[in-house]
Design a protein around this ligand. Structure first.
Ligand code: GAR
Length: 220
């Protein structure tokens, strides 16, 4: 990656609050990147309106218009590559991506997931944490590989579970932490402090712990 601001493409499927947090951090200079485009697989979602209001170019690649996952992934890859990204951030992007999309971008795609991975990959993370009687929940930013929510974690935040929590109250508490978490993780990758290498993920030149770094609200 060059020394000039990184080009960041953000993929969304809905509300776009994490996208907005990243875009505002880029604009404020807290992440050394600019958002080149926001791409959604669903038309007319709130996140597209948020991006347009921020003056960010938007595009839709509607998955329902494609006969197969592979055909959708090829079209999505073409749209993303058109924006020449250094980094791609999945922000509430709710489609499983195949190797056809991931391989050409390996080491440059991040995702945020609302659990302490490797616990609770997939959907319904907060309901599953409450049903298991967990005392803490959290969120994880990780590099995307072909394995669903299974790529190497970069940064995780722990969030307490309260006795009277519902999936909705817990989701809201975790989401408030997701925004600074994702900003910090993208900042570290865009600045080159966290790097994907064939031998594993490095942080400031040393191997990253298997579970990623811990985020407590203070920049690393
Ligand atoms: C966030 O909680 C994000 O972690 C989750 O969807 C929400 C999107 O909110 N992502 C996943 O569950 C991915 N498997 P947002 O659209 O307001 O950023």
């Amino acid at each position: 990656m060059s020394a000039s601001p990184r080009r960041l493409v953000i993929l969304i499927s809905g509300r776009g609050s994490n996208m907005q947090a990243l875009a505002e951090a880029c604009r404020a200079g807290r992440i050394p990147a600019q958002v080149a485009a926001v791409v959604s697989n669903r038309p007319d979602v709130e996140g597209l309106h948020r991006a347009a209001a921020l003056g960010i170019p938007t595009a839709v690649v509607d998955h329902t218009a494609f006969p197969s996952r592979e055909a959708f992934d090829a079209a999505l890859l073409e749209e993303v590559q058109n924006h020449e990204p250094d980094l791609v951030a999945l922000a509430g992007f709710m489609r499983i991506l195949t190797a056809a999309f991931v391989s050409p971008l390996l080491g440059r795609i991040l995702n945020i997931h609302p659990s302490l991975l490797p616990k609770y990959p997939g959907l319904d993370t907060h309901r599953r944490a409450l049903e298991a009687g967990d005392r803490e929940a959290g969120a994880t930013v990780h590099f995307v590989t072909e394995a669903l929510d299974g790529g190497p974690p970069i940064l995780r935040v722990r969030v307490p579970i309260h006795p009277d929590d519902t999936p909705e109250s817990l989701a809201a508490r975790v989401l408030a932490w997701e925004h600074p978490l994702y900003v910090e993780a993208v900042r570290l990758v865009a600045a080159g402090r966290v790097r994907w290498t064939p031998g594993g993920v490095m942080f400031d030149g040393a191997p990253l712990p298997r579970e990623g770094l811990e985020f407590t609200g203070t920049p690393l």
